[in-house]
Design a protein around this ligand. Sequence first.
Ligand SMILES: C[S@@+](CC[C@H](N)C(=O)[O-])C[C@H]1O[C@@H](n2cnc3c(N)ncnc32)[C@H](O)[C@@H]1O
Length: 270
Amino acid sequence: MVNTGQVEITDSEFKEFRSFLYNETGIELSDKKRTLVMTRLAKRLRAYKFNTFSQYFDLIFGHDLKEKQQAIDLLTTNETYFFREPEHFKFLTDTIIGEWNSPRSFRAWSAASSTGEEAYSIGMILADKLANKPWEIQGTDISHTVLNAASNGHYQMNRIDGIPPSYLKRFCLKGRDEFEGSLLVDSKIRQKVRFYSMNLTKPLPETGLFDVIFLRNVMIYFDAKTKEQVVRQLIERIRPGGYFLIGHSESLKGMNVTLKLIKPTIYQKL
Ligand SMILES: C[S@@+](CC[C@H](N)C(=O)[O-])C[C@H]1O[C@@H](n2cnc3c(N)ncnc32)[C@H](O)[C@@H]1O
């Protein structure tokens, strides 16, 4: 047992929760994550005045879908920022958009979008480089909390460091009065970026094909089997010749997939 001065989680409770989270989300929790589980779920136990984790788990392993979603939201790690891993955005600008000469709508997918910074970073580039040509972006995530934030497109100023100054000027509205210290992504971009809930480890809904998919900084939470299953599903959604970008600490090593490595973390569908 681990004791944090609050409700304690027993070995068997932790194991049960670990397999629940894995089955629901593909997220693997190591033994080191026990304290994290306790601290992140503590407020839910307090809300129900439960004094064991089993009582709470009975609720989420049962039919309380809303509470189950809350628990998943609390256990996901949602760190992200604008123009994270800037080489990808340079590649998008110079190569992907640079080569784009089709009359149809350019389609990008930020899979595991978290609070939306990745999708809006893509959006600013498309708004800049594609001018009046059509484009659209879909952002998806398993956590409903982050999707709500993403849809609002409203961010605190201390989180906008990566946005190039010219894009800040053109595509972001600075908050005034009660919104001082925050910014809103321009509605011209927000209108073209749709966010919705999607679990990448389950069969995917119909989405159509994409010219580029960003799958960044989520595979790190999955084991090899889940990673491959997720990647295979997503590759099917890339248009031939389209691109697939993964996080810099991630790899497709050992996977037998129909992708050509263009540069580290940048792949093209054959
Ligand atoms: C660290 S964030 C990455 C955000 C962004 N892609 C980036 O690189 O900055 C990881 C996101 O993956 C989401 N996630 C975890 N498991 C998922 C799953 N099975 N399906 C969809 N999203 C998932 C989490 O909710 C979280 O918002």
